[in-house]
Ligand binder design. Structure first.
Ligand code: UGA
Length: 447
């Protein structure tokens, strides 16, 4: 099939490359000529494992092209995907101006039937507004349908998630839209394909992300109880997660959920529900627990270091999760500026995301960006871990301990076993487990 994709952000780019990989001819559009030039040269604009290989091979095969001109993609495409950003507004609602702009661009270009598919995460009933906008501008005689086909891609594993989905959701209100999308996917995937109404599909996406966020806040709440009882939250998570009704995923306690999706979708669902008069106190609590994770980590850092001004802190990780250079909604955005304002001297390291962070927080006399974990550890009074990069799990801890001024690790991601860190000579603080301090008795002996 010939397909057009509006937007080359995370969802748009991975969808473009993935659909080309399935054998379709894909034209992706972005307003930014620099992005289009880079992608046309086979240079990914985001850090995503496996993306570069598929980008270059599909460009070479002639199945994938990038353009700034919407008309290039509209002309021959049977299906047009809307993958533009829907960032949060100050009031917590999703900002749908880019979606509206695509609808306005598409409307005058319609000549013959087209299926327009929402892939961006949008509040329920957005399809209705896209439909009304296009009808107002294009006139009632134009033939088109709006469908919803939400993506469930995770940053860091998005290419794999696209090529091996656990389910595909098709929200379509007409037979023609339904069969076009079934044709697109049925021959390539053997996973369950769920066919629903458009609004149901929109809500499935928001509810899925809100549920994942709820699981994380739940385990973080349990983690606070674990800490008081001197119990390891990872053992509790394992013990409950083996029950298939609960499931073990998304039960990693730590700094809470960040990124561009879970926080935004929880708050957008709260707004949609409140607008409909539905009590969503539970989701508000999910948000509250999540926000409090940053304070909890900062309290641990203060407890470990006592006085912060001029203390040297090596910060490991600014990305919101591993295997991405994305810092949107990252805990680092809450932790680093606060440590800086408390007077600490910060040496920050991340394997991929420093450039994005540096744009927001340029280096200064108390904030420097370093090239390795070992540089971050040099003369440090403490190391603070904010991202669960694999690289951090296999470090030479003897070398790190010897490089530090005082061997203190405050781990916001629970990457290590407390007794092992203590045996390696560290005072080790984490979330939801007993803190292994060198010179104090363990909690159990103190009570
Ligand atoms: C999320 C969903 O997982 C995807 O299914 C969805 O397609 C995507 O949003 C989207 O709407 O586009 P993503 O934001 O890439 O994907 O990242 P997740 O893997 O969901 O992680 C979100 C946050 O939760 C991260 O900050 C992560 O560190 C945190 N997390 C995750 C935990 O704190 N504990 C866990 O057990 C799992």
């Amino acid at each position: 099939m010939r397909l057009g994709i509006f937007g080359t952000g995370y969802a748009g780019l991975v969808t473009s490359v993935g659909l080309a990989q399935l054998g379709h001819t894909v034209t992706a559009i972005d307003k930014n000529p620099d992005i289009i030039a880079r992608l046309s040269d086979g240079v990914p604009t985001i850090h995503e494992p496996g993306l570069k290989e598929l980008l270059t091979s599909n460009l070479d095969a002639g199945r994938l092209s990038f353009t700034t001109k919407a008309a290039d993609a509209m002309g021959e495409s049977q299906i047009v995907f809307v993958c533009v950003g829907t960032p949060p507004r100050a009031d917590g609602r999703a900002d749908l101006s880019q979606v509206e702009e695509v609808a306005c661009t598409i409307a005058p270009m319609l000549d013959g039937y087209k299926l327009i598919v929402e892939k961006s995460t949008v509040p329920a009933r957005t399809a209705y507004w896209i439909d009304s906008t296009i009808r107002r501008l294009a006139g009632p005689e134009r033939e088109f349908d709006i469908a919803s086909n939400p993506e469930f891609l995770r940053e860091g594993t998005a290419v794999r998630d696209f090529l091996h989905p656990d389910r595909i959701v098709i929200g379509a209100d007409s037979g023609r839209a339904r069969s076009l999308l079934l044709d697109l996917y049925q021959s390539s995937f053997s996973c369950p394909i769920i066919v629903t109404s458009v609004t149901t599909a929109e809500l499935i996406k928001q509810a899925a992300n809100a549920f994942l966020a709820t699981k994380i806040s739940f385990i973080n709440m349990v983690s606070d109880v674990c800490e008081k009882l001197d119990v390891d939250v990872a053992a509790v998570a394992k013990g409950i997660g083996l029950d298939p009704r609960i499931g073990g995923d998304f039960l990693r306690a730590g700094l809470g959920f960040g990124g561009s999706c879970l926080p935004k979708d929880v708050s957008a669902l709260i707004k949609v529900a409140e607008h409909s008069g539905v009590d969503v106190g539970m989701l508000k609590e999910v948000e509250r627990i999540n926000t409090a994770r940053i304070d909890r980590l900062l309290a641990k850092i203060e407890r470990a270091l006592w006085v912060l001004p001029n203390k040297v802190i090596g910060v490991l990780g600014v990305a919101f999760k591993s295997d991405t250079d994305d810092i949107r909604g990252a805990p680092s955005l809450g932790v680093i500026p606060r440590l800086h304002s408390m007077g600490a001297r910060l040496h920050v390291y991340d394997p991929a995301a420093v450039r994005n962070f540096e744009r927001l927080y340029p280096p200064n006399d108390r904030l420097t960006y370093v090239a390795s974990v070992y540089d971050a550890a040099r003369e440090a009074d403490a190391l603070v871990i904010l991202t669960d990069w694999d690289e951090f799990r296999s470090l030479d801890f003897g070398r790190i301990r010897d490089a530090m001024h005082t061997p203190i690790v405050v781990d916001g991601r629970n990457l290590f076993e407390p007794p092992l860190m203590q045996a390696a000579g560290f005072e080790y603080y984490s979330l939801g487990r007993g803190d292994a301090t060198l010179h104090q008795k363990p909690f159990r002996e103190r009570v």
